[in-house]
Design a protein around this ligand. Structure first.
Ligand code: AMP
Ligand code: ZN
Length: 497
């Protein structure tokens, strides 16, 4: 029997068979970064987790619309209580630049890091500040439906009234309405609100607030939770398949998103809520505010006292995928060192596999069924809520076989031609297309390769002009420097000696 994809739905706290609303298509929304500083390794963990989910859905043949936003307004310093200064506006004030300069700088950084670790671009990457009209419309609709009230230029969501009518409120975070009261200590705007757990969907902008827009309630800015409701509805409709983000967003951000969508459109937005667990450092969530974050470029250059050496982007990716997305991933230098070693052996097995050729007649097939079972297990594990650590473990079992074929401890004709073909195709697809791991050319070698190609061209011109002295000088001096040139019918290549 073919296994079916099942996903852990935070809404029901169970694994469920994944069934999209429209057959063959998937709409997926993932909360993106707040671009007020560089992304850290924790953020990379979450976005890589969803990248693999996206890649696997594509591999299964779904047509996926993957929307991941950029938060460039409305995320206040104290995000649970929605008080304090806007994170981006504060950074702009401190650095004496325009808020949009902060947004551009850190969006560029985010994209640069995502490309380095081979995360695919989403289908749409909307920004909150580009969707103020949609957010205002949503506030209007929530007011019209009686789930919000205006107070001194701000608009608040009526949580108590909503919870009374909708038992779903609190279901995602598992919080009871009493917990909601005690978890919300928004003292600053307490006086203004009917109840402490009510949250702002539109906020009045005070004089000093630079990011401000006109609205029916005066000059203000949208609440952080509202942007995701407005943008997911705009690009994926009132009901879509998957909503994702880090577990830290489950409450209040995602709980309030559900309330807003229901308050506006009468329906909970997403069928499946997927949450990635945290990347921790010494048992504590890595975060900008806790000042324990390690930045990708520090990892890639090794410039951080916690690191014994630099680690490449692919080592980071492999390190992240060795943990299941719902388990805590503990950052450690030792873990990265181990990941580096394993990543390299996996990529070298992939290379050896592609070079394996079938020799001999099809006869002894004693490895055939074992290898086919291992290949099947790759899909079984990936279908089991995207279990990448199990997939990696099976790839390693297959790697042992590949190495045995290469070293001739196992005869290649102990499997059939068809099985070798299947092994080549599936192993490559899981390593490259699904896990997104790619071979790394050492940057030193890249630069060296370009420089040597220039010398090879100069030497060729010299030879064409029968200038043997120059041609020999280039060859001999390179040899003395440890580089051997080899001439063949296809041209000249180089290798280290
Ligand atoms: P932020 O830029 O803080 O809004 O976060 C962007 C995304 O990264 C959100 O989905 C967060 O849940 C996620 N995130 C933040 N810190 C961590 C962490 N330490 N581990 C995993 N994911 C994180
Ligand atoms: Zn969001």
């Amino acid at each position: 029997m073919r296994s079916q994809l099942s996903v852990y739905n935070s809404l029901s706290n169970t694994k469920e068979i994944f069934k999209p609303i429209i057959e063959g298509r998937v709409g997926m929304y993932v909360c993106g970064p707040t671009v007020y500083s560089n992304v850290h390794l924790g953020n990379c963990r979450t976005f890589t987790g969803f990248d693999v989910i996206y890649r696997y859905l594509l591999h299964l043949g779904y047509k996926v619309r993957y929307v991941r936003n950029i938060t460039d307004v409305g995320h206040l310093e104290n995000d649970e209580e929605m008080t304090g200064e806007d994170k981006i506006a504060k950074k702009a004030r401190l650095e004496q630049v325009e808020p949009m300069e902060i947004v551009q700088k850190y969006t560029n950084d985010f994209h640069h890091v995502m490309t380095a670790i081979n995360n695919l671009s989403p289908s749409i990457e909307p920004s909150a500040s580009g969707h103020i009209i949609e957010q205002i419309d949503m506030v209007k609709q929530i007011l019209k439906n009686g789930y919000a009230y205006e107070r001194n230029g701000s608009v608040y969501f009526k949580t108590i009234e909503f919870a009374k009518k909708n038992e779903e409120y609190g279901q995602l975070s598992g919080k009871k309405i009493d917990d909601l009261y005690s978890d919300t200590r928004d003292l600053k705007s307490q006086n203004e609100k009917d109840h402490p757990s009510d949250f702002a969907i539109w906020m009045k902008a005070h004089e000093a607030h630079i990011m401000r827009w006109d609205s029916p309630w005066g000059v203000g800015f949208p609440g952080w939770h509202l942007e995701c409701s407005a943008m997911s509805t705009k690009y994926l409709g009132e009901k879509f398949d998957i909503h994702g983000g880090g577990m830290d967003l489950q409450f209040p951000h995602h709980e309030n998103e559900i309330a807003q969508n229901m308050g506006c459109c009468g329906t909970s937005p997403s069928n499946y809520w997927l949450h990635t667990n945290m990347l921790n450092f010494e048992g504590v969530k890595m975060s900008k505010s806790k000042n324990n974050s390690i930045l990708p470029h520090e990892l890639f250059s090794g410039e951080n006292d916690l690191l014994s050496q630099p680690y490449s982007p692919m080592t980071l990716r492999f390190f992240i995928l060795r943990s299941h997305y719902r388990s805590i991933c503990d950052f450690s230098d030792k873990g990265l060192k181990d990941a580096e070693k394993n990543y390299k052996s996996l990529m070298s097995a992939l290379k050896s596999l592609q070079n394996l050729e079938y020799i001999g007649k099809e006869k002894v097939k004693d490895e055939d069924s074992e290898i086919n079972t291992l290949i099947d297990m790759l899909t079984v594990h990936m279908n089991d809520d995207f279990n990448t650590p199990r997939v990696i473990a099976v790839l390693f079992e297959l790697m042992a076989k590949i190495n045995a074929f290469k070293n001739r401890q196992l005869k290649i004709n102990s499997i059939s031609k068809a099985t070798l073909k299947r092994l080549k195709t599936t192993f490559r697809a899981f390593v490259e297309d699904i896990l997104g791991l790619e071979a790394e050319v050492e940057s030193n070698d890249k630069a060296l390769d370009s420089a040597l190609n220039i010398l090879i061209t100069i030497r060729k011109t010299a030879r064409d002009n029968r200038d043997w002295a120059t041609s020999d000088q280039i060859r001999d001096e390179l040899l003395a420097a440890g580089i051997q040139l080899k001439d063949s019918q296809d041209g000249t290549s180089w290798s280290r000696i």
